[in-house]
Design a protein around this ligand. Structure first.
Ligand code: CMP
Length: 139
């Protein structure tokens, strides 16, 4: 089925001017960027977005990192977009990411891992509506 997923290009990647190279990976995989904007998240917004991780030991560090510099938030659309995006991103820990994936090529560490992508249809819907209104998504 045609799906939509929420993607974030993280501060370690925007800082190194990698947004175009990362978008090229998505487009080469057949994902369409149907919404996109650049934001500098507040600590509060980052905390709310990652609320599911609030009891994890890395939560504070994760939120501070995500609020440290601009991010690019985007909606990717395509056949099986959620799984396809996860494939293109590669494993969370770049040490385990497959060759050719975004995290293998660009990520610096488990925390500074260049991209975020929704992990399931339910989370994708919640995460997309966190950043975008229906009018901002143009398929
Ligand atoms: P992301 O897909 O954005 O979702 C949560 C993020 O927490 C994850 O990518 C990692 O960048 C970050 N993170 C930092 N440390 C860890 C850890 N030990 N385990 C999992 N995720 C971590």
């Amino acid at each position: 089925a045609i799906e939509r997923t929420l993607s974030i290009i993280k501060p370690d990647a925007t800082r190194r001017n990698l947004t175009g190279k990362i978008n090229a990976k998505f487009e080469e995989a057949g994902l369409r960027i149907v919404a996109q904007k650049r934001l500098h998240l507040s600590l509060e917004q980052a905390g709310k977005f990652y609320e599911v991780h609030k009891d994890r030991p890395f939560y504070g560090e994760l939120c501070e990192f995500m609020a440290s510099e601009p991010v690019v938030v985007q909606v990717l659309e395509g056949e099986g977009a959620i799984a396809k995006n996860r494939e293109v991103m590669g494993a969370t820990n770049p040490a385990n990411a497959a060759d050719g994936t975004i995290r293998k090529e660009f990520a610096l560490s488990m925390g500074e891992n260049s991209v975020h992508g929704s992990d399931a249809p339910e989370t994708a819907a919640v995460e997309i509506s966190f950043f975008f209104s229906g009018l901002e998504i143009v398929g």
